[in-house]
Design a protein around this ligand. Structure first.
Ligand code: CMC
Length: 432
C-alpha cells in the first residue's frame, strides 16, 4: 500500500474510508478506489471520465495545462522535427528509440508486409461506391481476423507482435484501397523501394496510366502528420480499443472498434468538420457570424478544431501543423489559399475573444491538418482515414501493453441506475 492516503467520511454513517494515493512519474496523483465497493459498498460516478485514470500506462504523457505531449518521454515537437514515422512506431511499440540495426530490421519487416491478401480486395467490391471510406476501414480491418487465424492467440507474445506488424504494415494499403474504390480507380499495389509515407502517397495517387511522383516535401508533411497523430494516451478510440481488447477479442476486432470510435466529429472526425466549416464560412467577412453562433448557448454549433478535453492550452500538435500547413501550401503554389486565410483570421479572433479565453479553448490538432491534407489532393472524407492510419500504432501499442499487464481483467464499468425499481409483470389484458 502506498504511504500517501486520502481519508473520506461517509456523512450518512460517519464511517471513514482511507484510500491509497498513487503517484505516477508525472501528472496528478490518483486515488486508488479499487477496494471502494468491496470495503464500503460504494461506486464512483464519473460519466465522460473527466477525473478517472482508466489504466496504468508507460506510453504517452500529456500535460494539458502546459500544452505538453510526450511519447515515451520524448517531446512531440522534437520527434516531429527530427524523427520519422517508423522510428516513432518503434519507440511507441518498444519503449526506446532503436539503434541503426534495430531500425533497419524494423523497417524491413514493415515494408515487406504491406501487401494485402488478394481475397481481401473482394471485400471492397461489396461496398457501394459512395460508401464513406471510414465505413470501409471499420469493415476491412475487422475482416483481417478472418485471414490471420495463425496468430490470434492474444496470450502469445509472438502472436501479438505478428498481428502488430501486420496492422502497421497493411493499414496504409487498406486506407489507400478504400480511397481508390470510392473514386472508381483500380487498387494500387505497394512499392517496397519507397519509404512508408512515400509508399502511402504512391498508393493514394498513382494510377495504371501514370505513376505519381512523390515530392520529398509532401512525404515529409505526411510523415509529420502521422507522427503527431500516432498516440494520445487514453482518448475515446484508444479506450475503446483497450475495452474491446480487454475481453480478449483479437486485435483486428479491437482496432476495428477503435476506428469506429475515431470516426465521430468530437474525436477524429473533427478534421473533416473543420474543412467543411471553413468552406461554409467561405469569406473572412462571415467569420463574425460563425463565432457568434459558437458562443450562443442555444445553438449546438461549435467551432470545429477548437477546444480539447485535456488541453487547456495551445495543443502542441497544432503549433507544428500550423508551420507544416505553410510549407505544404508553398510547395503546391497555394501560399495565398483563401481557406488558410480564413483559418488564420478565425484563430486570431477566437484567441482574443473572452468566451474562448475564459473556457481555455485553443486550436487543436485538427484545425490545420485538414488544410494540409486538402492541399495534398485528398478529399475531406479521407481525413479521418489518415488519422486512423497514423493512430494504428498507438492503438496496437496500448493494446499490447494492456494484454501483457499483470492482473489484466475485462473492463466492466458500473452505473448509477435511475430507472424504475423492481415491479411485477402485468398481463396485456390487464394493462390500462
Ligand atoms: N466551440 C464553442 N464552444 C465550445 C467549443 C467549441 N469548439 N468546445 C467547447 N466549448 C464550450 C462548451 O460549450 C462549454 O461551454 P459552457 O461551459 O458555457 O457550457 C465549454 O466550452 C466546455 O466544453 P465541454 O463540452 O464541457 O468540453 P469537453 O472537454 O467535453 O469537449 C471537445 C471537448 C473537443 C469535444 C469540444 O471542445 C468540441 O466539441 N470541440 C470541437 C470538436 C473538435 O475540434 N474536436 C477535436 C478534438 S481534438 C482531436 C482528438 O484528439 O480527437
Amino acid at each position: 500500500m502506498s504511504k500517501e492516503t486520502l481519508t473520506i467520511r461517509d456523512n450518512r454513517t460517519g464511517q471513514e474510508m482511507v484510500l491509497p494515493i498513487q503517484q505516477g512519474t508525472s501528472g496528478p496523483p490518483v486515488v486508488d478506489i479499487t477496494k471502494l465497493y468491496k470495503n464500503f459498498g460504494l461506486f464512483t460516478f464519473d460519466p465522460g471520465f473527466r477525473a478517472t485514470a482508466s489504466c496504468e500506462s508507460k506510453i504517452t504523457f500529456i500535460d494539458g495545462d502546459q500544452g505538453i505531449l510526450l511519447y515515451r518521454g520524448y517531446p512531440i515537437d522534437q520527434l516531429a522535427e527530427k524523427s520519422t514515422f517508423l522510428e516513432v512506431c518503434y519507440l511507441l511499440m518498444h519503449g526506446e528509440l532503436p539503434n541503426q540495426n534495430q531500425f533497419d530490421d524494423y523497417v524491413k519487416l514493415v515494408t515487406e508486409h504491406t501487401m494485402l491478401h488478394e481475397q481481401i480486395l473482394n471485400f471492397y467490391r461489396g461496398y457501394r461506391r459512395d460508401a464513406h471510406p471510414m465505413a470501409i476501414m471499420v469493415g476491412v480491418v475487422g475482416a483481417l481476423s478472418a485471414f490471420y487465424h495463425d496468430s490470434l492467440d492474444v496470450h502469445d507474445p509472438r502472436h501479438r507482435e505478428i498481428s502488430a506488424f501486420r496492422l502497421i504494415a497493411k493499414i496504409p494499403t487498406i486506407a489507400a484501397a478504400s480511397y481508390k474504390y470510392s473514386i472508381g480507380q483500380p487498387f494500387v499495389y505497394p512499392r517496397n523501394d519507397l519509404s512508408y509515407s512515400e509508399n502511402f502517397l504512391h498508393m493514394l495517387f498513382s494510377g495504371p496510366c501514370q505513376e505519381y511522383t512523390v515530392s520529398p516535401a509532401m512525404a515529409r508533411a505526411m510523415d509529420i502528420i502521422m507522427i503527431l497523430h500516432a498516440d494520445h494516451e487514453q482518448n475515446a478510440s484508444t479506450s475503446t480499443v483497450r475495452l474491446a481488447g480487454s475481453s480478449l477479442a483479437n486485435p483486428f476486432a479491437a482496432i476495428s472498434a477503435g476506428i469506429g470510435a475515431l470516426w465521430g466529429p468530437a474525436h477524429g472526425g473533427a478534421n473533416e468538420a473543420v474543412l467543411n466549416m471553413l468552406h461554409q464560412i467561405g469569406d473572412e467577412d462571415n467569420i463574425g457570424a460563425f463565432v457568434k453562433r459558437a458562443k450562443d448557448p442555444n445553438d449546438p454549433f461549435r467551432l470545429m478544431g477548437f477546444g480539447h478535453r485535456v488541453y487547456k492550452n495551445y495543443d502542441p500538435r497544432a503549433k507544428v501543423l500550423q508551420k507544416a500547413a505553410y510549407d505544404v501550401l508553398e510547395e503546391v503554389g497555394r501560399h495565398d489559399d483563401p481557406l488558410l486565410k480564413i483559418a488564420q483570421k478565425l484563430e486570431k479572433i477566437a484567441l482574443e475573444d473572452d468566451y474562448f479565453v475564459k473556457r481555455k479553448l485553443y486550436p487543436n490538432v485538427d484545425f490545420y491538418s485538414g488544410i494540409i491534407l486538402s492541399a495534398m489532393g485528398l478529399p475531406t472524407s479521407m481525413f479521418t482515414v489518415i488519422f486512423a492510419v497514423s493512430r494504428t500504432i498507438g492503438w496496437i501499442s496500448q493494446w499490447m501493453e494492456m494484454i501483457s499487464q499483470e492482473g489484466q481483467a475485462i473492463g466492466r464499468p458500473r452505473q448509477l441506475y435511475t430507472g424504475t425499481a423492481q415491479r411485477d409483470y402485468i398481463p396485456l389484458d390487464k394493462r390500462a
